[in-house]
Design a protein around this ligand. Structure first.
Ligand code: ZN
Length: 319
């Protein structure tokens, strides 16, 4: 039986239950938070995380995959507190969330030296705890696959090859990063079924997504509520078409919700909300406005629901 590391310890993959494949219990810049802690309200952050996770739990969610890596303020002790207080498991990662920038520390170390950091998180524990990382995270965005981004991808791939841990790659379909990200992983020898290309659901181009699926990877339809990238009706149309074409076994559906996020000052958040850039973004939107639409269209019966929300995350994570 394959197993998965969570912040509450190792569990059989078959015990994960209903799983959200991509959510963040907190997202913030660790350098800013370290230098100006007074800018953050720790109690409010915890309360928001507990509220979001408990709401998901109300829909039967038993496990949340949280791909918060370096530069997203990864904090496995905070994750464990949320898991302890909600009873919902959280699956942590290792990796670097950058669209290009690397600190001199990593700029002057090669792929194998970076990979050794990730392997340590997977095999020994994260941030001085016994909590082990379950998967690897990297990112490519508007800048494309820059040399630094490629370096992080290769480091993730090498750590995956050494440990068997799967990889999640943030992608940006509007600039077509997915195929090159996948190519790098495959060049390094990673098996396609270990790879999840996140944020494919930001694209209305089903053929683009199918091009990735054809190579055997998982794709994330995982930003429901982020209307600025693609409105929900179009997201649902893409999901329905992929299910209709028989891809249920390679699709992850989630929201990329951040219980708190420090990217914008409050007035900018209000502006994004009133302009419709985000709508009903939460850890429950997919159960309220996605699964019901897919069921109505006859593309998601109970079996497909289990495949997407139970078996796919377990199969991708289990090792
Ligand atoms: Zn994310």
């Amino acid at each position: 039986m394959s197993a998965v590391e969570t912040v509450l310890g190792r569990v059989d993959a078959g015990e994960l239950g209903l799983t959200l494949a991509h959510e963040h219990v907190r997202f913030r810049d660790e350098a800013v938070a370290e230098n100006w802690p007074g800018r953050y309200d720790a109690e409010a952050e915890l309360a928001a995380a507990l509220a979001a996770v408990n709401a998901a739990k109300g829909h039967g969610v038993r496990t949340i995959v949280d791909p918060t890596a370096m530069f997203g303020g990864r904090d496995v002790r905070f994750m464990r507190r949320v898991a302890d207080e909600t009873g919902v498991r959280i699956v942590p990662c290792t990796g670097i969330y950058t669209y290009d920038f690397l600190p001199h520390y990593f700029e002057n170390r090669d792929e194998d030296m970076i990979a050794a950091h990730f392997v340590e998180d997977i095999e020994r524990g994260v941030q001085g705890t016994e909590i082990k990382a379950a998967f690897l995270k990297c990112a490519a965005d508007a800048a494309g696959v820059t040399p630094n981004v490629e370096k992080v991808h290769r480091a993730c791939a090498r750590a995956s090859m050494r440990t068997g841990a799967p990889i999640m790659a943030h992608s940006m379909p509007s600039v077509g990063t997915g195929p090159r990200q996948l190519e790098i992983f495959l060049e390094e020898g990673v098996a396609p079924e270990k790879i999840q290309i996140a944020h494919c659901g930001d694209s209305a181009d089903v053929d683009y997504i199918e091009g990735l699926l054809a190579q055997g990877v998982y794709v994330g339809l995982d930003r429901y509520g982020l209307e600025m990238y693609l409105p929900i009706d179009q997201r649902n149309a893409v999901a329905a078409e992929l299910l209709r074409r028989g891809h249920a076994e390679r699709v992850m559906i989630s929201q990329d919700f951040c219980a708190t996020i420090d990217w914008f000052p409050p007035e900018a958040v209000a502006q994004i909300e009133t302009s419709g850039g985000i709508r009903n973004w939460s850890m429950t939107l997919v159960f309220e406005e996605v699964v019901p639409r897919l069921r109505e269209q006859g593309v998601m019966d109970d079996k497909a629901f289990e495949t997407v929300f139970v078996h796919n995350p377990a199969r991708w994570l289990g090792r």
